[in-house]
Design a protein. Structure first.
Length: 274
């Protein structure tokens, strides 16, 4: 069994994806769950993750999960600075609400490196924890200290680090690695082995380029706190789903069968109650 713990879908006729600009225009088209099923026949269950910072997308993703058996969980969006219990109550009244298993915000676009530890954000995160959801960290390396402090302040909340916090693949990893190790010291933090091919040279990346990043997160988190994610269709900028999966398998070939099972299935299954 393979769980893809991170993918997206969108219909540009329903909602624009304003972040798809410039050289990313190659993925400026519609992508559906059926497209993913065709591209990833080995995947048995997926986690569908939000792309737009706004309230309208999450109900659509929940409805989609309710009719698409491939989707086992949804990571939606909430305004963490607002009335989070009221927002969650509204979502819980919708069709497909049972598929909501996590929340994410694009912290990477916030100018304040300490955004995650603002009092209003911490209150919102506490409400997320009280509802039994996980919180996904979409951060850049310089935001990792705040992520660590948030995880320390809220030990009751499970945090999931997306895309290994977007390290400079092929560059100087020392500062990123130190911060990732510090974050991984918090037992309530998991990490997705995802999104790395698009942090590398899109046209010329190799598994060798990704290996130092993978080695760092394997050492820091251990295979039982890591989960595979394709970041499809964003990965198509650099690689197909099959190529991303093959790279992940090569990078983890030295693990035991039980450790590979955790990374490719069990960790996500437990984290998202699949």
């Amino acid at each position: 069994m393979i769980v893809d713990a991170h993918h997206h879908v969108w219909d540009l006729a329903v909602r624009d994806q304003p972040w798809i600009t410039g050289r990313m225009s190659r993925i400026r088209r519609d992508f559906t769950v059926h497209d993913l099923a065709g591209a990833a026949p080995e995947v048995t269950t997926t986690v569908l993750v939000q792309t737009v910072a706004g309230p309208a997308e999450t109900p659509e993703l929940l409805a989609l999960a309710d009719r698409e058996p491939l989707v086992g969980a949804v990571v939606g969006w909430l305004d963490l600075t607002g009335d989070v219990p009221a927002q969650l109550a509204a979502l819980r009244s919708l069709p497909g609400a049972r598929w909501l298993r996590g929340v994410r915000h694009q912290v990477q676009v916030e100018h304040d490196p300490d955004w995650l530890i603002r009092p209003d954000v911490l209150r919102g995160l506490a409400a997320v924890a009280a509802d039994g959801l996980v919180y996904e960290l979409l951060t850049l390396p310089h935001q990792l200290p705040a992520a660590r402090r948030a995880a320390a302040a809220l030990p009751q909340l499970t945090f999931v680090l997306d895309h290994c916090s977007k390290p400079p693949v092929g560059g100087d990893l020392r500062e990123w690695a130190a911060e990732v190790r510090a974050l991984a010291a918090r037992p309530n933090v998991l990490c997705k082995l995802s999104g790395l091919v698009t942090e590398a040279d899109w046209a010329n990346w190799s598994v060798t380029d990704l290996r130092p990043v993978c080695a760092t997160v394997l050492e820091a988190f251990g295979p039982r706190r890591l989960m595979f994610g394709s970041d499809w269709p964003v990965c198509l900028l650099a690689a197909s789903h099959a190529e991303v999966l093959a790279a992940a398998r090569e990078l983890t070939a030295d693990l035991s069968a039980a450790e590979r099972a955790a990374l490719f299935s069990t960790t996500a299954t437990l984290a998202y109650r699949l």
